[in-house]
Design a protein around this ligand. Structure first.
Ligand code: FAD
Length: 461
């Protein structure tokens, strides 16, 4: 084995790190500070051929692989104990075809790379809400961001992918080449191979978009949320919107008397003409006394980076869970308000996300992601600084999640916010529904020995 390791080190352009190397500890760190895993090797790749060499080495030495894109997976799937972590974070090139409105995006890119490269030409593709999240992990399980209402999930904008499979083959997956693999990559996560390059559709966006962000005190209660629900009913094709529950930080941007108090913000983004969006969203800013209102016309790139600072990598311990909701009755709203009122950590957020619009225009069997009919998602993003508070915060999240189960859309969950995937295969069966069997068959074809298993794992049929 060590002889082959010497070969691997010699043949790749990137770097192989072992536990004794000085950069090893930094390289194994991921976004969630709770994750402390120690791979046998970290292969920092610089090209597709580096990835092929690393996969071949892992397969021949019978060592499982974890794949690191942006390292933001809250369950920490990017890093494994004793296996080989294939790290793509040095592969971050983006190439824009202005006339064709497409972008080639390397498998280690973060969303900031894509937004900054495409906005130079007034273009964008739907990404996540925080700019240092990885394109690959976020996209392969769906990808939900502000542009979802107009342009769908990230996977709906994927045109093709270059994939290194478990056998070390390099394949292109698209509607016309390896179509089953392409179908599986659109929602099936990192189960089928390592994507070293994505091709995305681009749309005309910005540079200015309308960002709506009135912050209401928790005491405003259910009324503004009910208003939002009814107001949004005919706007899901135009507006990406999220109600976020939070605790006001001790920050001069907020009035001092609000520090430490619970609030909710009605976020809404209109990515067409900003003046038009301002008029359209004005009613959301007139629902009573506000703690603050950060609404305004904003550069799209600025919007995409606005919340990076509150979610810094490696600083907080985290446990995130969610439900797709089948509706937002008054009872659901009351349960959410009551549940969030007891959060043990002031860093924790919870959000109601609207769906519908372009997200729902795609048939359940068109991509592995499955049924798009859920009207909302509710996410519980528990975040806290101290190890001694782990149990308290995880238990609170699980209790809240259990209470919200009664309102779940067929027991399904967004697989990028799955806690630690405690529900196992049942979670995947419920979430993928009728698509699960096909996913297992495709897994068997491309990864029969389950080399890629540190993920929401689909076992080969
Ligand atoms: C602060 C923060 C904000 C977030 N915001 C959003 C949001 O707005 N919208 C949303 O939808 N999600 C969001 N998420 C969730 C996010 O989508 C997932 O955590 C996702 O896994 C992150 O992708 P990554 O590449 O950074 O993760 P990593 O931890 O690097 O990878 C996670 C998994 O993705 C797979 N993977 C990664 N790279 C590749 C590759 N090149 N080829 C094949 N498989 C690969 C592997 O299975 C890997 O285990 C957020 C997460 C955080 C922490």
């Amino acid at each position: 084995m060590s002889n082959t390791l010497v070969n691997l080190k010699n043949v790749i352009q990137g770097t192989v790190l072992e536990p004794s190397d000085s950069d090893y500890d930094k390289a194994r760190m991921v976004w969630n500070a709770m994750i402390d895993r120690k791979p046998a090797l970290i292969v920092q790749c610089k090209s597709t051929s580096d990835v092929v060499e690393a996969v071949n080495y892992a397969r021949q030495s019978n060592t499982p692989i974890s794949i690191r894109g942006g390292g933001h997976n809250v369950a920490g799937h990017a890093v494994c104990d004793d296996g080989i972590m294939i790290d793509l974070s040095l592969m971050r090139h983006v190439e824009v075809d202005i006339d064709g409105k497409t972008a080639l995006v390397d498998g280690g890119c973060i969303w900031r790379d894509v937004d900054e490269a495409t906005q130079k030409y007034g273009l964008a593709t739907p990404g996540g809400l925080i700019s240092d999240t990885g394109v690959a992990g976020l996209t392969l399980s769906g990808g939900i961001g502000w542009l979802r209402s107009r342009y769908g999930l990230c996977i709906d904008n994927m045109i093709s992918a270059k994939v290194v499979t478990a056998s070390g083959e390099v394949l292109t997956a698209s509607e016309s080449e390896n179509a089953n693999l392409f179908w599986a990559l659109r929602g099936g996560g990192g189960n089928f191979g390592i994507v070293t390059r994505f091709e995305f559709k681009l749309h005309k966006v910005g540079p200015k978009v309308m960002f709506c962000a009135p912050i209401y005190p928790f005491e405003a209660g259910a009324e503004p949320i009910r208003f939002w629900r009814d107001f949004m009913a005919d706007k899901n094709h135009d507006v990406g919107s999220t109600i976020e529950f939070a605790t006001v930080p001790e920050d001069d941007e907020f009035p001092k008397e609000a520090w430490g108090k619970k609030v909710y913000t009605i976020y809404a983004v209109y990515a067409g003409d900003a003046d038009e969006g301002e008029k359209l969203l004005q009613p959301l800013r007139e629902l009573g006394d506000m703690v603050a209102d950060f609404s305004g016309h904003m550069d799209y790139c600025e919007l995409q980076q606005l919340y990076d600072a509150i979610m810094p990598a490696g600083e907080y311990r985290s446990y995130w869970k969610c439900h797709y909701l089948s509706g937002l009755s008054d009872e659901v709203i009351d349960t959410i308000l009551e549940g969030f009122s007891s959060t043990p950590s002031p860093n924790t957020l919870s959000s109601i996300w609207n769906f519908g619009g372009a997200t729902a225009d795609v048939a359940a069997d068109a991509t592995a992601f499955g049924d798009r009919s859920m009207p909302y998602m509710f996410s519980m993003d528990s975040v806290w600084p101290d190890k001694s508070d782990d149990e308290k915060n995880i238990n609170w999240t699980r209790d809240f999640w259990n209470r919200m189960k009664a309102y779940s859309d067929k027991g399904r969950m967004y697989l990028n916010f799955p806690g630690q995937g405690e529900e196992g295969a049942k979670l995947l069966e419920d979430t993928f529904g009728d698509n699960y069997g096909k996913l297992q068959s495709i897994k068997k074809k491309y990864d029969p020995d389950n080399l890629f298993r540190f993920n929401q794992n689909i076992e080969p049929a």
